[in-house]
Ligand binder design. Structure first.
Ligand code: SF4
Length: 245
């Protein structure tokens, strides 16, 4: 029997359960499937091990069934939220995995920058669209972003999450929220420190993150932007940039 390699999922790591550290599902026990590869290269990417081709040897091509078996092993067979992240998970064939998990009562959230729309977005439970602000050095393709929204229309809970480092990022977030007033918006102070070379060196500039957090809270309150929610990355506060937690 020949295997359909195009249906294989490129996986950087599968880990958990741990808590979701950011956004709309913060604090919820979650198993993470981090896919390998991204069509972006943000200047401050904190997941380079799932983006940079230097790490390609660590990535594994797995069938949906193999990924599913690992999820159920980690969760002890008890249904749990599964977060599909990356890299950009939208460039992977994840529809079969989502259908498999749903049949057993698992739920799926996916986070993407919104550069690639997939029909199976409609099958997700939560879609986090995280367009990248100017400090990332990336430019948002709003047509592609709108296509992602069309794919998910009326189906998964869909939210915006925007990382903020500076005034230009803040202005971008405001403009994006005005463009999509029906979407809840989560703002997250950026974390500048590059990922650690090894798992024992996961320190970050907590003071810098906290300072940006306070600045962001002051900004939204001064601007009377009462629809925005400001959240830090809880896992970064707890574990730094350590992988697999
Ligand atoms: Fe990293 Fe996300 Fe940017 Fe891709 S889109 S380079 S994973 S921050």
């Amino acid at each position: 029997m020949t295997s359909d390699r195009s249906a294989e999922i490129r996986v950087s790591e599968i880990f958990g359960p741990t808590i979701q550290g950011e956004g709309v599902l913060i604090g919820l026990p979650t198993v993470f499937v981090r896919t390998g590869g991204c069509d972006y290269r943000c200047s401050w990417c904190d997941s380079l091990h799932a983006v940079d081709s230097r790490y390609r040897d660590e990535w594994r091509a797995m069938s949906a069934e193999e990924v599913w078996r690992e999820i159920t092993r980690l969760s002890g067979g008890k249904s749990v939220m599964v977060s599909l992240s990356g890299g950009n998970p939208a460039i992977q064939p994840l529809g079969e995995l989502i259908a498999r998990g749903h049949s057993e009562g698992y739920r799926f959230a996916l986070e993407t920058q919104g550069s690639v729309a997939r029909a199976w977005f409609a099958d997700l439970d939560v879609l986090v669209l995280s367009p990248k602000p100017p400090s990332s050095s990336m430019e948002t393709d709003w047509q592609a972003f709108d296509a992602c929204l069309r794919m998910s229309e009326g189906r998964p809970q869909t939210v915006l999450k925007i990382v903020i480092f500076d005034e230009a990022d803040y202005a971008y977030a405001r403009a994006t929220a005005e463009r999509y007033p029906h979407l809840p918006v989560y703002l997250q102070p950026g974390n500048h420190t590059p990922p650690p070379a090894d798992d024992d060196d996961a320190t970050i500039d907590i003071d810098g993150v906290m300072e940006r957090m306070r600045w962001l809270v002051a900004k939204i309150t001064e601007d009377r932007w009462f629809e925005a929610r400001v959240l830090p990355q809880l896992h970064v506060l707890l574990w730094g940039n350590k992988r697999g937690v």
